[in-house]
Write a protein that binds this ligand. Structure first.
Ligand code: ZN
Ligand code: ZN
Length: 367
């Protein structure tokens, strides 16, 4: 009996009210509200929405690194995110340490491996091409096959120094040799964004796609670059990666106007922007997309179905009977909230997403 509980009177994103029974850590059934029974009852009184557990595709989860580091559970289940994907905090040198620190956490973790063996030990990790060591990279992947879901390349001026797109060309070769897709961070040039776009292929991810910098994906009138449209047609995936410097309301508004929607919404969260903003949490970032006028379903799909499908782990993105229970419980509060982007611009929102609890690998935890 002790391993059984029922989440009563919760709403699905489509609006229907259900009871969800979790037994032996798995979803036992999803039935109309008021008809679930057995085990401990937790009543949400029709005020709380449930989705499959949120997935954040871009975080920095290696606590030893500064500034881009944090504790796994602080950016994970405690904020309603049951699965995080570390975005290349570590390269081959420190990957085993990242794996070990994740083992001590409740939150589910996967990682992109930085193409630079030093990872974010320094924040100019692609200035010395000898750090792009393919043998070390392949060795790390061989040892942690289930953990590594892609390669990370940060292709902007301060990271690549004088090397332009050369690190991205090398990343392309590593990707081909390892059959792992790339997540590419974009930002200030050089290299020119058009040269970056030319090198991206189906399944690759552009993170920071709504950044407001001069070298971004939109022209001065806010229109998407032709090469961006080509990349989307090829199957390149667009990810938010909010971060300290990479989400602009103005860019986001223009992108929406031109129909350039996100595939996944991620935070690029780490200690500083969690504690001091402008990121704070996944709920805060999702609230910004509700403010922009995206429907709730599209916003939640971006951290559930879409992310899980990209990871080739579709069960992680759906509430399905028989699966290990990973769920996020949240409400939409009618309260006036000031939201700030990475440029210091503010918007006043009327609604705010608030996390109430999670079920993580079968365990219910109130947030
Ligand atoms: Zn970045
Ligand atoms: Zn990042």
């Amino acid at each position: 009996m002790k391993d059984c509980f029922v989440l009563q009177n919760v709403k699905l994103v489509n609006g229907s009210s259900v009871d969800i029974k979790v037994e032996n850590k798995k979803i036992q059934n999803v039935v109309p509200a008021g008809t679930g029974n057995g085990g401990k009852a937790i009543d949400f009184k029709h005020k709380v929405i449930v989705s499959s557990g949120w997935i954040d595709m871009h975080v920095h989860a290696f606590p030893e690194f500064n500034p881009y580091g944090d504790e796994v559970d602080e950016i994970g289940y405690k904020t309603g995110v049951t699965t995080i994907v570390d975005a290349g905090s570590t390269g081959a040198d420190r990957l085993p340490d990242l794996v070990n620190s994740c083992k001590k956490s409740k939150t589910n973790v996967f990682a992109f491996l930085n193409i630079s063996r030093i990872g974010l030990k320094r924040i100019d990790e692609l200035t010395d091409l000898s750090w792009l060591d393919e043998d070390a990279l392949k060795g790390a992947i061989a040892e942690h096959k289930d953990f590594i879901i892609g390669l990370k390349a940060r292709i902007s001026k301060s990271v690549v120094g004088p090397n332009g797109v050369e690190p991205l060309k090398m990343a392309r070769k590593f990707s081909k040799d390892t059959e792992l897709p790339l997540m590419v961070h974009i930002g200030s040039g050089p290299p020119d964004i058009n040269d970056v776009l030319d090198l991206l292929e189906k399944k690759d991810i552009i993170t920071h796609y709504l950044n407001g910098k001069a070298n971004n994906l939109f022209d001065e009138a806010g229109k998407p670059l032709p090469k961006l449209l080509d990349a989307i047609k090829r199957g390149v995936h667009l990810d938010v990666g909010h971060g300290n410097a990479s989400f602009s309301f103005q860019t986001a508004e223009q992108a929406k106007e031109y129909g350039i929607h996100f595939d996944t919404i991620s935070t690029d969260i780490y200690r500083k922007n969690r504690l001091h903003g402008p990121v704070y949490s996944m709920a805060s970032v999702l609230s910004k997309f509700l403010y922009l006028g995206y429907p709730l379903k599209e916003v939640i799909d971006a951290v559930t179905v879409k992310a899980a499908d990209w990871l080739n782990k579709p069960a992680l993105g759906r509430i399905s009977v028989g699966d290990l229970a990973n769920l996020t419980l949240f409400s939409i509060e009618d309260e006036v909230t000031q939201l700030m982007d990475s440029e210091g611009e503010e918007r006043t929102a009327e609604q705010n997403i608030v996390v109430k609890g999670v079920v993580i690998n079968g365990e219910y935890i109130e947030c």
